[in-house]
Design a protein around this ligand. Structure first.
Ligand code: ZN
Length: 149
């Protein structure tokens, strides 16, 4: 039998080992820090916005494998998208991790679906959503660091 769970784990391990879009963006790009005190995850998100479009996005920081892999997958997933599209992806991702309804259409989540297993570990959900909350605040123009607590 094809073990989907193992495949998902492989993707997470790969994105943790070699995170995509890892680094910094200088001005005029904006940046925002995000913390997850519960686990010790610390990320800084860098954003180059071209009108309504996410022209470029990078992150750096340190944290557990889930927080790094999630940030890596997120930057891949939202780069080039409009702000509204990115918020829609976030809403779907959040639902995927927190909603008890297992009927969610996983295919529309693309690669982000690999993090669905996190839903079985409620304390790790914040690791996976930290980068998204930080992006949400950054897009909203917030300047205060984001904390999941
Ligand atoms: Zn974590």
């Amino acid at each position: 039998m094809f073990d989907l769970k193992d495949l998902y784990q492989e993707v997470i391990v790969d994105h943790n080992r070699s995170p995509r879009n890892f680094g910094e963006l200088g001005p005029p790009g904006r940046k925002l820090e995000g913390f997850n005190p519960l686990c010790g995850d610390r990320l800084t998100l860098y954003l180059d916005q071209d009108g309504d479009r996410i022209a470029d996005i990078k992150f750096n920081g340190s944290g557990c494998a889930i927080s790094i892999a999630s940030a890596s997958l997120m930057t891949e997933g939202v780069k080039g998208k409009s702000v509204r599209e990115a918020e829609t992806v976030f809403a779907g991702f959040h639902e995927l991790l927190t909603c008890a309804d297992l009927d969610i259409d996983m295919t529309r989540m693309g690669k982000l679906a690999v993090l669905a297993g996190v839903r079985d570990y409620p304390s790790r959900v914040k690791c996976a959503t930290l980068c998204w909350h930080t992006l949400h605040a950054l897009l909203a123009g917030d300047e205060a660091p984001v904390s999941t607590e």
